[in-house]
Write a protein that binds this ligand. Structure first.
Ligand SMILES: Cc1cc2nc3c(=O)[nH]c(=O)nc-3n(C[C@H](O)[C@H](O)[C@H](O)COP(=O)(O)OP(=O)(O)OC[C@H]3O[C@@H](n4cnc5c(N)ncnc54)[C@H](O)[C@@H]3O)c2cc1C
Length: 178
């Protein structure tokens, strides 16, 4: 990691005279947009319930312990810290978009803030990168008994299940036989 990566230097302040781009999400689409955007002429606001980019192809490796969760994420504030102009990053979930009034409403989703306040802000341009929900394709029982693998918490859940449930259960079964 170079000196410039660690200390990228001063950033321009947000400027009320410039247009505002609100980016919903910080997954593959939204982060790729954010990284390639020259934001000198824009105020950028990022809204996402998680405050990091997740490298999804490596999620399976977290379920079996080959990789630690921290190795497959990059904080969104690291990315925005390297932009020319300061960006606002909210760990929040968008709940409403009004394309006529050009507003977006979002609710705080951080675990450290118990109020989960909802705010509405104006945008000039909206980047809608909120991804998709898990699908079950109507297969009965998938939702109740299956393990989805889309977020870090899913990988953690599978890892715990493998360790706590299977290995301990097998070990106990073996122990009582002798
Ligand atoms: C385990 C796994 C392995 C994969 N491997 C590959 C692969 O090898 N190659 C490949 O091409 N694709 C792969 N994919 C698919 C790839 O991850 C998706 O196609 C890609 O993530 C879609 O990008 P996206 O930007 O549309 O959505 P996402 O990357 O899912 O991003 C959605 C973003 O929106 C945010 N968000 C959700 N709701 C809200 C809300 N209400 N308000 C604000 N933000 C919100 C989320 O927090 C997230 O930041 C894999 C997926 C998984 C799960």
């Amino acid at each position: 990691m170079s000196q410039k990566d660690l200390y990228p230097g001063d950033q321009l302040d947000q400027d009320p005279k410039k247009k505002t781009i609100v980016v919903l999400g910080n997954g593959w689409g939204a982060t790729s947009f954010l990284k390639s955007l020259d934001n000198e002429d824009y105020n950028v606001v990022v809204v996402s319930p998680r405050n990091y980019f997740l490298f999804s192809p490596l999620l399976p490796s977290v379920t079996v312990g080959t990789l630690e969760a921290r190795s497959i994420i990059q904080p969104t504030r690291y990315i925005t810290r390297h932009k020319k102009r300061k960006c606002a990053v909210y760990e929040a979930e968008a709940t409403d978009v009004d394309p006529v009034k050009k507003t977006v409403t979002f609710r705080d989703a951080s675990e450290t803030n118990e109020t989960h306040k909802e705010v509405t802000i104006l945008y000039d341009y909206l980047v809608y990168g909120v991804g998709a929900e898990n699908q079950t394709f109507g297969i009965k029982g998938v939702k109740e008994y299956g393990c989805f693998l889309k977020e870090l918490k899913d990988a953690d859940k599978i890892r715990r299940k493998l360790l706590d449930c299977e290995f301990e259960r097998l070990w106990n079964a073996r122990r009582w036989r002798f």
